[in-house]
Write a protein that binds this ligand. Structure first.
Ligand code: UDP
Length: 143
């Protein structure tokens, strides 16, 4: 297994529920290290740019509205198999389908407001990390 980096975003619903610490604990207990983090209230342009791959989807405008409805907590996670590990901790996109004990099963209300985002491939992770962080903002423990 390779050491990977991935983007995690704690979405406005979960920030509003004050569960950032609970989610960080799950990352740490799974062996993932937080190597960069920032809280940010996304502008419409930032949210649209981040979710550009979904621009043609029917839920796009609602997704942008939701992602700009309050602050988000954005972090880079690093560790063995970090991309898949984070996706496993998150649970399925629709919290109704998410395994018990996952972040979405415990904290998400619906498929639209589903608590967290996580990169889904190494290529996406590289693009998403660069979208929010400059290389000087990353503090990899492997450096
Ligand atoms: N989404 C939505 N309605 C849908 C499907 C997706 O609002 O019917 C949103 C949801 O916030 C989801 C995001 O679009 O997390 C990206 O969708 P994707 O299928 O990539 O799921 P994810 O990778 O977040 O599990």
């Amino acid at each position: 297994m390779a050491v990977e980096q991935t983007i995690s975003i704690i979405k406005p619903d979960a920030v509003g529920k004050n569960v950032i610490g609970d989610i960080y604990t799950r990352f740490e207990q799974a062996g993932l290290r937080i190597v960069a983090a920032k809280m940010k209230h996304l502008s419409q342009a930032e949210a649209e740019g981040f979710y550009a791959v979904h621009a043609e989807r029917p839920f796009f405008n609602d997704l942008v509205d939701f992602m700009t409805s309050g602050p988000v907590m954005i972090q880079v996670l690093e560790g063995e198999n970090a991309i898949a590990k984070n996706r496993e901790l998150m649970g399925a996109t629709n919290p109704k389908d998410a395994d018990a004990g996952t972040i979405r099963a415990d904290h998400a209300e619906s498929i639209d407001e589903n608590a967290v985002h996580g990169s889904d491939s190494p290529e996406t992770a590289a693009v998403e990390i660069a979208y929010f962080f400059s290389t000087t903002e990353l503090c990899p423990r492997t450096r």
